[in-house]
Write a protein that binds this ligand. Structure first.
Ligand code: PLP
Length: 362
């Protein structure tokens, strides 16, 4: 199914910005995993990291463009592990966390302590505090959950991290390109980024709300020491000796160039306009859904451009199946369906969906 003119309502990806696509194609052969061969692209990557860092309260950013939120989250926990030395193995995180943390735990032999969320789907920080113990390696907070776009109380998590001297990673894979601009667009947001002193690292994906090509993710660290703690020295590369601190070896220079070009082209104003539009469509969609008898919204109003909906008398599975039969691709969760109002989700697409949903329920 294509994003453009398609009926994809449940994806956190979208068609890349045309400039990103154009630049990407020019750099197809470039591998920034062999940095000595592409010193210019390495500078471009650092400038992209700096630009993203400026959105997130960092003057001097350190990090890498990676393949997505999964790689960023794995790198964060790997970093926490390397810094600590290996005796601690518990990661405390919200029950709403993305399954990439389950992968990380399985790969690194970590134990995940999943903490229930409150009525607003934010982690219960009182229970996080109670769960901290001698084996605690790291805390994780989410800024924009996969299911409903909820943001944990990162201020409280930052305080806990400082008090207990713990690594705190913020998974803003989705919300990273929403929250800073939501604030600029006049919606209320709480702090979630490096402006909070306890935050050590943050995942933010250009290939979600950043309009970047697939794959494009980003891991940011508070400082260079943290970023280099997983460095592996490599001697054999054609460009000469180097240190690699990503999970993958060969890395797409096309991704780095495209993300850099987008950041320069769109800037803060461009991203604010994207988020403003997505939120306006979100509010219109919510208003239309509220009018349908039997339909309820999981978080009302939605904290960002992610809408969870349920229909009385139908399970999420039944509803998703019926909508898929009509060509609508929604994301199915245990007790609700998720719509992500990405840039390709227009007001017209929402109107068509609401009309179809009404027909279906009638
Ligand atoms: N973290 C969050 C909050 C997500 O929503 C997702 C994906 O939706 C990920 C991590 C994983 O990102 P990716 O699919 O780019 O690896």
């Amino acid at each position: 199914m294509p994003f453009t003119n398609g009926r994809i309502l449940g994806s956190m990806c979208s068609a890349p910005h045309p400039l990103a696509a154009e630049v990407y194609l020019k750099y197809l052969e470039k591998n920034i995993g062999d940095p000595g061969l592409v010193p210019g692209l390495l500078e471009v990557e650092q400038e992209a990291i700096d630009l993203i860092g400026q959105f997130l309260g960092l003057d001097e950013a350190a990090g890498r463009i990676v393949t997505g939120g999964t790689e960023a989250n794995l790198l964060a926990l790997w970093t926490a592990r390397r810094l600590e030395g290996g005796s601690k193995d518990e990661v405390i995180l919200p029950a709403t966390s993305h399954f990439s943390f389950d992968k990380a735990a399985s790969l690194m032999g970590l134990k995940l302590v999943k903490i229930p969320v409150d009525a607003q789907y934010r982690v219960r920080t009182d229970l996080v505090a109670q769960a901290i113990g001698p084996r605690t390696l790291a805390l994780v907070g989410i800024a924009g959950t996969t299911g409903l776009g909820a943001t944990d109380d990162i201020t409280a998590l930052s305080d806990l991290a400082l008090r207990h001297n713990l690594y705190l990673h913020v998974d803003a894979s989705f919300g990273g390109f929403v929250l800073p601009f939501l604030r600029d667009a006049g919606y209320p947001t709480a702090p979630f980024d490096f402006s909070l002193p306890g935050v050590s690292s943050l995942a933010i994906d250009p290939h979600k709300m950043g309009r970047g090509p697939i794959p494009s993710g980003c891991i940011l660290f508070r400082n260079k020491d943290l970023a280099s703690s997983v460095n592996i020295p490599v001697k054999y590369l054609s460009g000469g000796k180097t240190k690699i601190n990503t999970l993958v070896g060969t890395r797409s220079g096309a991704t780095a160039a495209a993300v850099w070009a987008l950041l320069k082209h769109l800037g803060r104003d461009g991203y604010t306009a994207i988020v403003k539009q997505a939120m306006a469509t979100t509010r219109t969609l919510e208003a239309e859904l509220r009018k349908i008898p039997g339909v309820s919204l999981m978080l009302d109003p939605a904290p960002m451009n992610v809408v969870g909906l349920a229909v009385r008398g139908l399970t999420a599975e039944e509803l998703a199946r019926l909508l898929r039969q009509r060509g609508w691709a929604l994301s199915q969760w245990n007790d609700y369906l998720r719509i992500v109002v990405m840039p390709h989700v227009t007001d017209q697409l929402c109107r068509d969906f609401v009309a179809d949903l009404k027909n279906l329920l009638a």
